[in-house]
Design a protein around this ligand. Structure first.
Ligand code: G6P
Length: 615
């Protein structure tokens, strides 16, 4: 989970960078670093693992590097020994440039191999380190920093936010944004410029802001910024005044927190993955799991407990764990588990899933397991919450604060956390071969980019919602790992639009819900090109035969479905186990736009609460 800040101006850069990083502290991280260009023309780097306080303590008095331009970074990683080496900023071989970065470089292995063959020496295990070396290569060919960045941008795959500083071009930061891994916001001051990943980092200094869009870069100096794309096309961009309303500022220009949280999912899933994935050798690093390999092998059964949207995440998690770890998983509502005296044995593992870590039923289920001596871990979003104190181990989702009552980004991060856990346990138990691990890890590394691509196609939901916003009932159908997404899609719609909606496994439709279908009934069908594709097509035919209206979620390139469904929303091709992370996003957006058009209070729906701390 990364926070990025940068400064060029006339004040001491070091203290300003630390202040900016402190304002991003809520995002969570486990190491931090700054780089400042000193008056003698050297780049002074200071990095420290652990809390930002550690870095601040190291930089007291004379230790603070002097200089009026610099960049700073907080990195989120849970694996290995706390590593100063892996903390950002990262340097090239000659110590000429320094880089900070948010994102996963999907093709970093081949870039690293190529750069090593060309003589570059790497010191860290990060993917980020290819960036300074690649820039070094372009700079050595006679380019300036801006041109080097322009040449770099098309070379790296994935979604990224990057800042770079060169000792040969003082008073300048070059920033780039590729895809949707994270924002880059520039703050205009008098004779100084700020840049950061998030608004709160620079709001205290200026309200004049400009935002980089996908594929854009900025050359930032004390006089302002010049914008272009990687092909050199100049981009005209004026700063806008961001009102100093902390709520509005926190909404980052979006009308609602829910929409902001939906739109930031490329970044939030990246933050869940960050530091936990090794591409070479392919592996998952979950330091948070407190069990030895032997203990992991000893679990004969997993029980998952959760409420609401988190319960749907647990249902998807069941598919992941059963397929990748060969451990049977039972999923319970926490409120049922706590009162039904479940049969538990010592070789069971309890997994609780909770965004807030404060949901009373889930905490009670955890207490029950604890009293009966069952080991447990929690998948949780809120650092230090009650659930994290009760469980033996915590997998933090690191999705960042979720304000909208209807859970969106926390859900997709929970799915990613389950996937990471399934890979970890599957490997420990010898179910996942090295070859399979590589495929599974590669699939996950590509995920943020696919989420970003899907979110770019958000223009279709407004008109789709207009067709349906006056309906009184909806049915959501899917099979297999996407069946819980049908439940989640229905829940999202009813939570925020107050339309009655039901989710069903499509195979069950003929045992009841089919009686409801007529021409007033929209049916949302998740029908990807997977093993149940033909079965889903038959279900769609059955709906159509009864006059129902079908909105299908289909795999990009599937033309057949367009002749069967009334509306098709396409999602990029993806492995079936990760497909729920994509399929839920159109359903979140559809629910949002329908609720908006019905005039509902999207962020605070009637009768609902974000944390349910009473029974
Ligand atoms: C409430 C919220 C839901 C959430 C559920 C479980 O009902 O409105 O969005 O899914 O609680 O909350 P938890 O924090 O345990 O995930």
């Amino acid at each position: 989970m990364c926070g990025i800040v940068g400064y060029v101006g006339y004040q001491g850069a070091g203290p300003l960078l630390l202040e900016g990083l402190q304002r991003l502290e809520y995002r969570g991280y486990d190491s931090a670093g700054i780089a400042v260009l000193t008056p003698s023309g050297e780049i002074a780097i200071r990095k420290c693992t652990g809390k930002l306080g550690n870095l601040i303590a190291c930089l007291q008095g004379d230790e603070m590097p002097q200089g009026v331009s610099g960049i700073g970074h907080t990195r989120w990683a849970t694996h290995g020994e706390p590593s100063d080496i892996n903390a950002h900023p990262h340097m090239d071989c000659r110590g000429d440039i320094v880089v900070i970065h948010n994102g996963i470089i999907e093709n970093y292995r081949q870039l690293k191999r190529q750069l090593q063959e060309e003589g570059h020496t790497f010191v860290s295990q990060t993917d980020t380190e290819v960036l300074p070396h690649l820039l070094e290569k372009f700079l050595s060919q006679g380019n300036d920093l801006e041109t080097a960045m322009r040449r770099l941008m098309p070379q790296i795959e994935g979604a990224h936010a990057i800042l770079v500083l060169s000792r040969h071009e003082p008073g300048k930061i070059v920033a780039a944004r590729i895809g949707n891994a994270g924002g880059v916001v520039l703050g205009y001051g008098e004779g100084e410029m700020h840049v950061a990943s998030d608004l709160p980092a620079i709001l205290p200094y200026t309200r004049h802001m400009a935002f980089l869009h996908d594929g854009e870069m900025a050359v930032i100096t004390t006089k302002g910024a010049a914008y272009c794309r990687s092909d050199g096309t100049v981009v005209q961009k004026d700063s806008q005044i961001v009102p100093y309303d902390p709520i509005a500022a926190a909404k980052g220009g979006y009308k609602h927190f829910m929409l902001k949280e939906i739109m930031e999912q490329a970044r939030s899933v990246t933050d869940t993955i960050r530091g936990r994935l090794s591409l070479e050798p392919p592996d998952v690093l979950l330091e948070d799991i407190p069990f030895s390999i032997e203990e992991c092998c000893s679990f004969s059964r997993i029980l998952a407990v959760a409420c609401g949207t988190s319960w749907h995440a647990a249902l998807v998690g069941k598919f992941m764990i059963e397929e990748l770890c060969h451990i049977p998983v039972e999923v319970d509502y926490s409120s049922e588990f706590r009162y039904r005296r479940p049969i538990l044995t010592k070789d069971n593992l309890l997994i609780s899933v909770t965004q807030s870590g404060e949901t009373v039923d889930t905490l009670a289920a955890m207490q029950e397991a604890r009293q009966r001596g069952i080991r447990q871990i929690t998948i949780c979003n809120v650092v230090g919450s009650e659930a994290t104190r009760v469980a033996d181990g915590v997998i933090y989702t690191h999705a960042g604060p979720e304000i909208g009552v209807a859970s969106t980004k926390a859900f997709t991060s929970q799915l990613v956390a389950f996937y990471l856990l399934a890979l970890y346990l599957g490997k420990a138990r010898g179910v996942i071969s090295q070859h399979r691990m590589k495929e599974l890890v590669d699939d996950l590394a590509h995920l943020p980019n696919l989420v970003g691509r899907l979110l770019e196609q958000d223009g279709q939901y407004d008109s789709l919602a207009q067709q349906f916003n006056q309906r009184s009932d909806f049915l959501y159908l899917a099979r297999g790992v996407n069946y819980p997404i049908a439940l989640e899609g229905a829940l999202k719609l009813k939570e925020i639009s107050y339309i009655h909606a039901e989710g069903y496994p499509a195979g069950e439709m003929k045992h009841g819900p089919i009686a409801l279908i007529d021409k007033r009934m929209p049916v949302v069908a998740i029908c990807l090109r997977d093993t149940v594709y033909e079965k889903m097509l038959s279900n769609i035919e059955q709906v159509k035969a009864r006059g129902g209206l079908v909105i299908a979620l289909a795999t990009e390139g599937d033309e057949e479905i367009a002749s069967k469904a009334d509306y098709v929303i396409y999602v990029p091709p993806i492995s079936h186990l990760l497909s729920p992370v994509l399929t839920v996003i159109p359903l979140q957006l559809l629910a949002y736009h329908i609720a908006l058009q019905r005039g509902c209070d999207v962020d605070q729906p009637r009768n609902l609460a974000k944390s349910v701390t009473v029974e």
